[in-house]
Design a protein around this ligand. Structure first.
Ligand code: FMN
Length: 303
């Protein structure tokens, strides 16, 4: 076993929750809180987790289980495990391999990726879907949709719950914007938390520092800078009207991510969606919306 994998092997990591304290120890506070936090008072984030405790299994016992098989088929592709990995922007801040870290199961690659869609596809043994934000305008979006198609992405996932970036209070408290783009003077109050993680700093600099977004190419300008993402998201809202344009560009499976009501699920189906992701963005967008698991029965009943 390699040194890196030993560090996350049992008994240090037995379940997914065990990664949280490891990440807290390894990442600067601003990066950890970006990953771990939600919007505003984090009511929805807490509710997402709590509701899982309310839902229990209804077991049927005394049946023969000759073979356990969790392999299934989703959107026309086979997955060895019945879960798809959700898109996570800025992953390269957490680890240089970021999105190209070979998921091994189906993976949705965020537009806010630090690695090229072609490289992520090449590094991945499972299907890769491309998650779209219309960052940088329609021409930039059309170019990345075409790149995702040529790279062999299995589906296009359009996120509709991000008309603006959610108000993540932890990011403000940690001076995220100042750390990303401020002067040394503006960064100063927040630097102690970063300097407390020298191993992360060394990896970050070896990786070339703050990367641009290699999949968001602004015509005539080149790749979008990471620091411009928040402002670009505020100009990137997707409406039902835009889905007609996207549907015409993408011939394959189209997934609408961020659906929380039966009405929106039906609208997505009418707009040509192959599937919807019932999601509140992990409580990172509009705080106060219900837990995704809570609204799942309404959406299933609607479509
Ligand atoms: C650090 C972080 C970054 C995220 N970035 C994106 C993103 O770029 N695009 C997106 O559609 N969702 C993004 N999400 C939301 C996740 O894809 C997912 O919706 C969330 O973790 C909750 O999971 P669920 O949708 O399965 O309930 C991000 C979530 C986290 C924690």
């Amino acid at each position: 076993m390699q040194k890196a994998s030993r560090k996350v092997a049992s008994p240090r990591v037995v379940c997914v929750q065990d990664f949280q304290p490891l990440a807290r120890r390894r990442l600067p506070k601003a990066v950890f809180d970006y990953l771990d936090g939600g919007a505003d008072g984090e009511v929805t984030l807490r509710e997402n987790c709590r509701v899982f405790d309310d839902v229990t299994f209804r077991p049927r016992h005394a049946v023969a289980v000759a073979e356990c098989e969790v392999r299934t088929r989703v959107l026309g592709f086979d997955v060895a495990f019945p879960a798809l990995l959700a898109p996570v922007g800025y992953s390269r801040l957490m680890h240089p391999d970021g999105e190209a870290g070979a998921a091994g199961t189906a993976y949705m690659l965020s537009t806010i990726s630090g690695h090229r869609v072609e490289d992520v596809k090449a590094a991945s043994s499972g299907p890769v879907c491309f998650q779209l934000y219309v960052l940088g305008g329609r021409a930039a979006a059309e170019a990345v949709i075409e790149r995702a198609r040529v790279a062999g992405c299995a589906a296009l996932v359009v996120t509709i719950d991000t008309p603006v970036a959610g108000l993540r209070e932890r990011d403000y408290r940690n001076g995220m914007q100042a750390l990303l783009s401020g002067s040394l003077w503006e960064k100063m109050p927040f630097l102690p938390h970063v300097l407390a993680r020298p191993a992360w700093i060394a990896r970050f600099w070896r990786d070339g520092g703050l990367s641009t977004l290699p999949n968001v190419i602004i015509p005539g300008q080149g790749p979008m800078d990471l620091v411009d993402v928040s402002a670009a998201l505020a100009r990137a809202a997707v409406t039902w009207h835009d889905l007609g344009w996207i549907r015409r560009l993408w011939p394959g499976p189209l997934v609408i991510k961020g659906v929380l009501t039966g009405d929106d699920a039906r609208r997505a189906a009418d707009a040509g969606a192959t599937a919807v992701v019932v999601s509140n963005h992990g409580g990172r967008q509009l705080d106060g919306v219900p837990a995704s698991l809570r609204v799942l029965p309404e959406v299933v009943a609607a479509v």
